[in-house]
Design a protein around this ligand. Structure first.
Ligand code: C2E
Ligand code: MG
Ligand code: MG
Length: 720
């Protein structure tokens, strides 16, 4: 039993031992498997960690004890040793140091720390942004911290760039000095900056409810819609589009816009607009335009305007009549009373002109004292009536400040039906007719057509006949005495050319001299006059009459002719007249070329002859130039003397006399017809005079007879 028991026990023990052995063997196998698995797992994780594209670092007490390939690359390390053992704080950017310390402390306390971005300095000197997250781990049996991170420097800079460009765009939009807005394809506002409000008066919010077309001036709408479609349909930017914007308060302003299509994924979804307020600029342009086309003084349209109307053929010619108006003796008013008075006079003249015409008529200031009136619906009669009206309106004395000033117009008229095919021709012809009105004694008007057909002696025939006249001895001279107003003695005579045409009778020098001048015939004719006058004067002297000065008129062409000095010298030589008995009369219009005038006059003076300025006060020369001309005498134009009757030109005549005396010039008054005129001139120290009151121009024979009679006519100044 015992044996059985022992056996059984042994068996039992064996079974138990076997079981244990089996268990122990099993245990060892399992552990080995676990160990293997662990190693494998660690190996796997290590490999994973090693090749992970994320940078993985493990620290203990802030010192790096592990760094994977990506971490080495991130920090610019060549091998592990560059990092291992180093404190992470060697790499952290100063500004992120505190943050890193805090987060590492929290991690070590097992607190959660969200993903964070830190700046690190790398071993190769870069500064990088790293996104990282950390966790607690056991490493080599020791607690450690592991961080996983990636380099976000590039992403960050891209983000920065996007942010910057967004900010720039926003700034550009918000702070642009121009209005910036966008529209959708239907033309509704989708955005608008602050300037849009300044310009339109509508807030950006109010604009979002509107279509752009609601804001455009009706007249500009079609063009603006065209530009909108051009931008949004053809995809092209459109610049310098100008239109008027209706503001909220009802005003209009001018805008200049640039439109740019908004293209998203190749599709146009709307447009941007940039608009600038150019109202000021437009106003300035309009003002410049106005200044360019209007006379600053009178506000009337000027010559540029007339020329542009003519160039564009804006004026229908059918019923046009042109009045070419020139003020009589304006220059002298300007010179004696001053330019501001002259300006004032021109303003008043413009006002009176406007008042005496209708709205339909056009008035231009051609320049100086010339005005052009275009009557748009006129005929001969109406033009004559208008001219009469203007004559009356402009001849009424003007009260300028305290001075009473008198002027009158000379008017030339041309008519569309008769005088030209174009408005430009009509103006030229009216100008010519005005000149004839001047010649006819001023303060009157002349029709171009009448001049042309007057006695049907047209300029061409006249020129042919003049050629013959010289040969056929149809030309002769008349002499008009010139009297010393202080002594009553005759001191000279003016030689005046006459033409007794074989068939037509007497032709006025006013008519044939311009033709002779134009054709060049004045050169031989003028030479003949000079020679004739000098020899006649010499004859009187030889006949025992007291020596007098003979005055001969020179024409512009003669005066500018190169041989004038030689001709005068030759004639003096031929006739034997001493030069102090010859006076040459030139007019202001010949002194236009100042240099030439001065040199010719000096040469003539060297010969010893006298020089006078004829018709003084009607031409263009300025009193200032007179100082430079070596002249002896001024002849006051007869129009001033005539107006002495009306007391208008008293100031001007007095001024001319005193000014001439100041310049040591003698003054001769032309056209004295009455005793009153004579007395006035004597009282104001006018030196000499000439006119019908003493004698009309006479033939040489008649002249002998009046010699003594004239002297009796003059009451000497001291007796007057
Ligand atoms: P002018 O040289 O001013 O001559 C004066 C003109 O006034 C002359 O006209 C004369 O007859 C006129 N006259 C003189 N006293 C009076 C008066 O009291 N009342 C009025 N109403 N008229 C008066 P005329 O002879 O018809 O000559 C006209 C112009 O023709 C001259 O103006 C002169 O510019 C020009 N002329 C005359 N002869 C010649 C000449 O030989 N050569 C040139 N180049 N021109 C001449
Ligand atoms: Mg004369
Ligand atoms: Mg004269």
């Amino acid at each position: 039993m015992e044996v059985i028991f022992v056996f059984t026990l042994i068996i039992l023990l064996l079974i138990i031992a076997g079981k244990y052995i089996t268990l122990a063997v099993r245990d060892v196998t399992k552990r080995k498997q676990t160990e293997r698995e662990l190693i494998e797992s660690e190996h796997r994780y290590r490999s994973l960690v090693e090749v992970s594209p994320k940078a993985i670092l493990v620290f203990q007490e802030n010192h790096i004890i592990f760094a994977n390939q990506a971490a080495m690359k991130l920090f610019g390390a060549v091998n592990e040793q560059d990092l291992l053992g180093k404190s992470i704080f060697e790499f952290i950017h100063d500004e992120d140091r505190v943050e890193l310390i805090n987060n590492l402390t929290r991690l070590s306390k097992h607190e959660n720390v969200a993903i964070r971005e830190y700046r690190f300095h790398t071993l190769d000197g870069r500064t990088i942004f790293v996104d990282s997250v950390g966790t607690n781990i056991m490493f080599n049996g020791q607690p450690a911290l592991m961080t996983v991170g990636s380099d976000v420097t590039e992403k960050k800079s891209l983000q920065e760039q996007i942010k910057m460009s967004e900010q720039r765009y926003k700034s550009l939009f918000d702070y642009h000095s121009d209005a910036v807005y966008s529209l959708d394809l239907a033309g509704r506002f989708t955005s608008a900056n602050g300037v849009c409000e300044t310009l339109s008066g509508y807030s950006p919010q109010e604009l979002l409810d509107k279509n752009f077309s609601e804001l455009i001036h009706e007249e500009d709408l079609a063009e603006t819609i065209r530009i909108f479609h051009l931008t949004t349909q053809d995809g092209g930017s459109q610049q310098n589009n100008r239109f008027r914007l209706k503001r909220k308060n009802g005003d209009s302003i001018h805008l200049d816009t640039t439109t740019i299509p908004i293209i998203v994924d190749g599709q146009t979804v709307g447009m941007y607009g940039i608009a600038k307020d150019i109202t000021e600029q437009i106003k300035n342009q309009e003002m410049i335009q106005h200044l360019a086309y209007h006379d600053y003084l009178t506000g009337l349209p000027n010559r540029n305007m007339l020329e542009s109307l003519l160039a564009n053929e804006t004026i229908p010619i059918e019923k046009v009549a042109i009045l070419f108006i020139d003020l009589d003796r304006f220059k002298i008013i300007n010179d004696t009373l001053g330019h501001s008075m002259g300006d004032l006079l021109l303003k008043r003249v413009a006002e009176r002109l406007k008042a005496s015409l209708t709205e339909k008529d056009l008035i231009f200031r051609q320049g100086g004292d010339e005005f052009i009136v275009i009557l748009t619906d006129s005929d001969r009669e109406r033009a004559g009536a208008a001219a009469n009206q203007i004559l009356e309106a402009l001849s009424t004395p003007y009260k300028l400040n305290t001075t009473e000033v008198y002027t009158s117009p000379s008017i030339g008229i041309s008519l569309a039906q008769e005088d030209g095919e174009t408005v430009a021709t009509l103006i030229k012809h009216a100008d010519f007719a005005m000149y004839q009105a001047k010649k006819a004694g001023k303060k009157t008007y002349r029709y171009y057509s009448c001049i042309k057909y007057e006695g049907d002696f047209d300029p061409l025939t006249m020129e042919l006949e003049l050629h013959k006249a010289l040969k056929q001895k149809e030309l002769f001279l008349h002499y008009q005495p010139k009297v010393n107003l202080q002594t009553g003695k005759m001191f000279g005579a003016e030689a005046l050319l006459r033409w007794n045409h074989s068939k037509r009778g007497m032709v006025s020098p006013e008519r044939f001299i311009p033709v002779a001048e134009e054709s060049g015939l004045i050169i031989p004719i003028g030479e003949w006059v000079l020679s004739q006058a000098c020899s006649q004067n010499k004859k009187w002297q030889e006949n025992g009459l007291p020596p007098i000065v003979i005055s001969v008129n020179l024409s512009a062409r003669q005066f500018s002719h190169a041989s004038i000095v030689a001709t005068v010298e030759k004639i003096l030589g031929e006739t034997g007249l001493e030069p102090q008995y010859l006076e040459l009369e030139i007019t202001e219009s010949m002194t236009f070329d100042i240099e030439h005038t001065i040199s010719t006059l000096h040469e003539l003076k060297k010969l010893g002859v006298l020089i006078s300025i004829d018709d003084f006060g009607t031409g263009f020369s300025s009193l200032n130039y007179l100082k430079q001309f070596p002249v002896d005498t001024l002849k006051i134009d007869q129009s001033f003397v005539r107006e002495l009757n009306h007391n208008h030109d008293v100031t001007i005549v007095k001024t001319i006399i005193s000014m001439a005396h100041h310049l040591q010039l003698k003054v001769v008054a032309e056209g004295i017809e009455t005793r009153e005129q004579l007395v006035f001139l004597q009282q104001h120290d006018c030196d000499e005079g000439q006119g019908y009151f003493f004698s009309k121009p006479l033939s040489a024979e008649e002249f002998n007879k009046v010699w003594t009679r004239i002297e009796r006519l003059v009451v000497k100044k001291k007796d007057a």
